[in-house]
Design a protein around this ligand. Sequence first.
Ligand code: FE2
Ligand code: FE2
Length: 213
Amino acid sequence: MFSAPRANSPKRTKTAPKIDQMIQKVRRYLESRLTPSRLRHVEGVVETSLELAQRHGLNPEHAEQAALLHDSQKWRTTEEQLAACERWGVHLDADDRAHPSVWHAFAGAAFARKRFGAGEEVCQAARRHTTGWTDMSALDMALYAADFCEPGRPYPQAGEVFRESMRDLERGALLAMRYRLQFLLERGASIHPRTVEARNQLLRRLENSNGSG
Ligand SMILES: [Fe+2]
Ligand SMILES: [Fe+2]
């Protein structure tokens, strides 16, 4: 179901057989669970994450794993995602409980660790991909931006976020946050406070780095 990467996609560097095996297992799992359209989305996030990883010198294996696993529990209903979080011992605070759209991210991170032995940096990026977070790592920001701007996204802001993220990962993630917040506000949806905190902190980080430059 996963199609071949685009001709101009960054080549995966030779990876250790154990990592390749893990990636193949994750792909088989996703192909057996996700709908074709969600698989195409995941494939787009993998492609974009690898482009961002190559551009910004991130570990390509981590970028690929995080992208593959980020929506791995989205095939479940939200009730099942919540039940999976409880079964796998995931702590959800009151804000997380009030926002069902984040449950698949927490469940996906726990699943990545338990089922595939993914490392903490990969699980963290998966956990943070829906809301963003304060103190995001470069991998967190690459996945956050890639999820917003992968080539299958139909909205015009995707191209802008991709170009900005290729130039500067923090500014790209910040722009994706701004558009996500705008979408939520326009729909009258509740906003997870973590997204607001993440945005404010990224703004401060950028202001400070401008000041010191
Ligand atoms: Fe997601
Ligand atoms: Fe996604």
